[in-house]
Design a protein. Structure first.
Length: 239
């Protein structure tokens, strides 16, 4: 049982420890937070209700799924028109370059779905030029907000004031990251969390060891409590 002075000493020690671990500098990302679209250290949630998110994470302490933004369709709308489909059908039986590359893939045993798909994409791009269409937009060039809206997702970073659809009350949180991006960010956040936990534990051990009271030492480095004297063997004189 600790006496009052010892309790007070430990209380002061823990308070000093708390202040030492409290980072008020600009290195603390909770105080100096900047939102970047390409950042790998945070995830921005969209199309959710603030009160619902708080209830899931804090009040209910529920496990939630983090949802990615679905990949855009590889075949844009302008390539689904009758004119484009007719031109593509004609090119697959008459375009010499396409037929030569396709035959090469077959002869090498590489005519798998991925390789043939890439070859077809090249043919589609050639047809786009012939029909006067602009180049197919790349994923990096695509407006993420417009793509989200096409999927029924509000990309506004300001969360909704109240629930207006089923996704606002389910056990999932929506982001604007594509699946591969979400996986990369999640791995980075998990790695940072493990590093922080190890650093915090090491700091705690270091401070506790530093602040631990030392006992006075006797001869030859032996320790003894205050008020206690080191014992000596009785001296024996030989006659």
């Amino acid at each position: 049982m600790l006496d009052a002075p010892e309790k007070q000493r430990l209380s002061n020690l823990y308070e000093q420890l708390r202040l030492k671990l409290l980072d008020l500098s600009k290195k603390n990302r909770m105080l100096n937070y900047s939102l970047g679209a390409r950042s790998k250290r945070h995830l921005q949630v969209v199309d959710e209700v603030l009160e619902e998110v708080y209830k899931k994470l804090v009040e209910e302490e529920s496990s939630v799924r983090i949802l990615p933004l679905d990949e855009p369709d590889d075949i844009p709308p302008e390539e689904r028109t009758e004119d484009f489909i007719a031109a593509l059908g004609q090119a697959t039986v008459s375009d010499i370059e396409y037929l030569t590359k396709l035959e090469a893939l077959k002869s090498q045993g590489r005519d798998d779905e991925i390789a043939v798909g890439r070859l077809e994409r090249e043919l589609r791009d050639k047809i786009r030029v012939q029909l006067g269409l602009p180049p197919k937009p790349k994923k990096a060039e695509m407006s993420r907000a417009e793509h989200a809206r096409s999927l029924g997702i509000d990309p506004n970073p300001e969360l909704q004031p109240k629930a207006s659809k089923a996704s606002h009350t389910d056990q999932a949180l929506q982001t604007l990251k594509f699946p591969d991006e979400l996986e990369s960010v999640a791995e980075k956040i998990e790695s940072d969390a493990r590093l922080f936990t190890r650093s915090y534990q090491a700091a705690m051990r270091s401070v506790l060891v530093t602040e631990q009271p030392r006992k006075p030492r006797g001869r030859r480095g032996s320790s003894f409590d205050e008020g206690q004297r080191p014992s000596h063997s009785p001296r024996c004189d030989h006659q």
